[in-house]
Design a protein around this ligand. Structure first.
Ligand code: HXC
Length: 255
């Protein structure tokens, strides 16, 4: 049993599926107590059960990151169950592939509200709980935050917004001892984001050939970066946006 994060509490928004669940599982396997939120109560129950099967203390609550009162209630519940929070992973995100002229006002708003407003909500609600030495925040970004991609105008706007929130709060909260970083996963095998971005299976090979390392990444590779950033090996790292993308941002989607 790995105990690197024993005694630490990790809160993961969007932590019931995909990359975020993989991150939650990694922290669980590393000894942390884990609290997950997402919109679907059934997915929360399933994720919590799975985390407990890994031997972790785990709990969760259904909450929509767009609704501040729901987010605050989740942090209150997490603090009640586990005490103070050490590590916040803000992973809830929304995405669909659409050319800018086909994105309705509501569609653009949905992605901005889930990604940018949602990230603000979880960081804001986490703040009073992040009082222990070593407290840190990891925001899930994407290459769209730094390179333009066709069909992703709304996501480019949202993820770059998240990256600037990371920098702004690293600046404001550094004196409080809270480190804030973004992790930016590229194409990660088997994830919802990847399926949405490359829905045609025939196009997957072409996508892989555009990645300098010529393969998709794994959820574990993203979780490993998050664990490093949350560890005592990264105590002087804040305000950064770190890609885990096989070099994807060097060679964005050629569409
Ligand atoms: C155009 C679309 C659309 C599409 C939805 N909309 N899908 N417009 N093309 N393919 C529009 C709808 O028509 C609607 O506008 C508006 O978006 C809101 O849709 P709802 O379904 O009512 O909203 P909601 O239930 O809140 O869903 C939000 C969502 C949805 C973002 C649209 O996809 C979602 O919940 N996603 C969560 C899971 C997810 O996206 N995971 C992937 C994250 S990956 P109108 O005008 O009709 O009312 C990621 C990083 C990827 O973020 C990076 C990888 C490299």
């Amino acid at each position: 049993m790995v105990t690197e994060f024993a005694g630490k509490t990790v809160f993961v928004s969007g932590g019931t599926s995909g990359i975020n669940l993989g991150i939650a599982q990694h922290f669980a396997r590393s000894g942390a107590r884990v609290f997950v939120i997402s919109r679907d109560p059934a997915k929360v129950d399933a994720a919590v059960a799975g985390l407990r099967e890994l031997g972790a203390e785990a709990d969760g609550m259904s909450a929509d990151v767009r609704q501040y009162d729901q987010v605050k209630a989740a942090f209150d519940r997490c603090a009640e169950v586990f005490g103070q929070i050490d590590i916040l992973v803000s992973g809830a995100a929304g995405n669909f592939l659409a050319k800018a002229e086909n994105i309705s006002s509501n569609g653009f708003r949905a992605v901005m509200e889930i990604d940018v407003l949602g990230t603000h909500h979880v960081m804001h609600a986490a703040y009073p709980h992040l009082t222990k030495p070593g407290a840190c925040i990891i925001n899930l970004s994407a290459p769209q935050g730094s390179v333009a991609m066709v069909g992703q105008a709304h996501v480019c706007a949202a993820k770059s917004g998240i990256d600037m929130l990371t920098r702004a709060l690293a600046l404001e909260w550094g004196p409080k001892g809270i480190r804030v970083n973004s992790v930016s996963p590229g194409p990660i095998n088997g994830t919802e984001g990847q399926k949405r971005l490359v829905p045609d299976p025939a196009a997957v090979e072409e996508r892989i050939n555009s990645v300098p390392l010529r393969r998709m990444g794994t959820v574990q590779e993203v979780a490993d970066l998050c664990a490093f950033l949350a560890s005592d090996k990264a105590t002087y790292i804040t305000g950064t946006v770190i890609p885990v993308d096989g070099g994807t941002t060097l060679n964005p989607t050629p569409t």
